[in-house]
Structures are given as C-alpha cells and as structure tokens.
Write a protein that binds this ligand. Structure first.
Ligand SMILES: [Zn+2]
Length: 146
C-alpha cells in the first residue's frame, strides 16, 4: 500500500504543462505523465545545477527521496524523447512555496514564515541562531552575523 505523500515545495507552476511530438495525431500518441514535483526536481538538479542535498532541501524531502524523484523524472523525459511520446505535466503532492523556509543547522528543525515578517531571532525548535533559508531566497542576507 503506498504511503501518503507529504506535499513537496515547488517554487512556481510549470511554464507549460503539455508537450507533444510534431505531426503525430493525438489519437496515435502514447502519453507519459510527469508530476509537478518531478518537474521541480529536474529544474533544481539539471537547470539550476544544485547538488542533491541542496535540491532535496529546497523540495522539502530527504536526499534519498529526492534521488528517487529526479530519477523517475529523468526516466520519463527520456522515454518521451526517445520513444516519441507526449509529455503531460500534472499531479503530484505539491505546496506552492510562498513562505520563506528555514532550516536549523544545529538540530535540523524546519519552519516557515510569511514573506516580509522580518528575520527570525532563533530556531523555534531549539533556540539556536545557526540556521539558514532554503527556499531559494537570498541566503547570505538571512545568515546570522558571525
Ligand atoms: Zn533547531
């Protein structure tokens, strides 16, 4: 039985949600469905070129889970390109990332705050001042002063 999936943080909706080979009638096309979190994994790993650990943080999943998601995504894209299938992008457990996301360096606690609410003083989980932003915002500006 599949486990329920926690929503993955995705920065923005896909620019385009359907790709099809030119000159093939829709009725003759096979279709591959890429979920929105799989597309985001591709964007982070292959477009932004992030290491898996950083990309996993941005998506809000473990490194192992990220590896599985990006592997599945690459397989599907390859299948569409090589075998001439249509590629549909839809579904997936996704939470649009409007909030600023933080991760505590000391204890790995995660929390989020709405945009414009100021820099947090300390980790709400353990009080550590060593934490950083993981949503793609200005990391440097959010780092505590040394
Ligand atoms: Zn903490």
């Amino acid at each position: 039985m599949p486990r329920p999936t926690c929503p993955r943080r995705v920065a923005r909706p896909p620019a385009c949600d359907y790709f099809k080979p030119r000159g093939v009638p829709m009725t003759a096309l096979e279709e591959v469905t890429l979920s929105v979190d799989e597309l985001e994994a591709l964007r982070l790993a292959d477009l932004e070129g992030l290491y898996q650990e950083a990309a996993a943080e941005r998506l809000g999943v473990s490194r192992t889970t990220f590896g599985r998601i990006v592997g599945s995504a690459r397989h599907k894209v390859a299948e569409a390109l090589v075998l001439g299938k249509a590629l549909s992008i839809s579904g997936g457990a996704v939470a649009w990332s409007q909030d600023r996301q933080f991760v505590c360096d000391a204890g790995g606690h995660r929390w989020s705050l709405p945009l414009g609410s100021g820099r947090p003083e300390a980790c709400p989980g353990c009080g550590s001042q060593a934490f950083h932003r993981v949503d793609g915002g200005p990391r440097g500006a959010e780092r505590p002063a040394p």
